[in-house]
Design a protein around this ligand. Sequence first.
Ligand code: PXG
Length: 291
Amino acid sequence: MGQWVYLNGEYVPQEAAKISVFDHGFLYGDGVFEGIRAYKGRVFKLDEHIERFFNSAKAISLEIPASPEELKEKILEVLRKNELQDAYIRLIASRGKGDLGLDPAKCPYPQLIIITDKISIYPEKLYEEGLELITSSVRRNSFSALDPRIKSLNYLNNILAKLEATAKGVPEAIMLNEDGYVAECTGDNLFIVKKGVLITPPVWAGILKGITRDVVIDLARKEKISCEERVFTLFSVYTSDECFLTGTAAEVIPVTKVDGRVIGTGKAGSITKLLIKKFRELTQKEGTPIY
Ligand code: PXG
């Protein structure tokens, strides 16, 4: 049998977990989500993900039909029902069923869904050799259109950038903001290292405030690596000594080629390797116990 899914107060088998075609999450991308991970029976940074989920919902005036504490308990319950230790958790809140018009006021029942699954991990050799990236012609959403801090069900611009990357035979793409500064990748934040200093775009450059990003900034400071949040252009990426991405799925993963330019030595750099090691150590020992 497949996994149990939490759907509006009930635990249903995954084949029976269905949403109406009139749900505005489906019709208009009107909703929010989170991607969370569990390692060895503990959920990593659960409070931070729940806080971001509630903030995303607040920003689109969507009421989550549970308190943060209740939601936390429900997530742990789904993991227990599915007997998972290492897992990927997808949390979704959609506006719910309405009519074919845009008006959210016609959707009285927001939908709350928790899906858990086994985690698929990138091949270990990529953590040594690194990824190749291209820069997408698709810009990251501007604040004036849709604030990138909202983790909404509207990922079409990121998907367009991802399509561009895969069409060029690489797994990820750098997205610039409207002013042409580096923002982030389609589902990961980006860091560079220059002369021993770690640099990443600030939140106001138009990025998702990644939870892995925050963890990596903390880890770097603990290791006495100075870290700056400031804007930069592709020039800084091409001429960096090291480059890596951070995200719940990818964790910390090196980048060794961007738009055909080899980054640093063409292999994962020493600061990147140290942060990968420290990040892995942390995920193995910290987190909210499931059992
Ligand atoms: N930027 C964007 C645009 C994201 O969607 C991140 C950065 C990294 O944030 P966290 O908090 O995870 O460190 C994300 C999150 C996937 C997948 O399957 C990844 C995300 C969202 C949905 C799916 O790789 N990334």
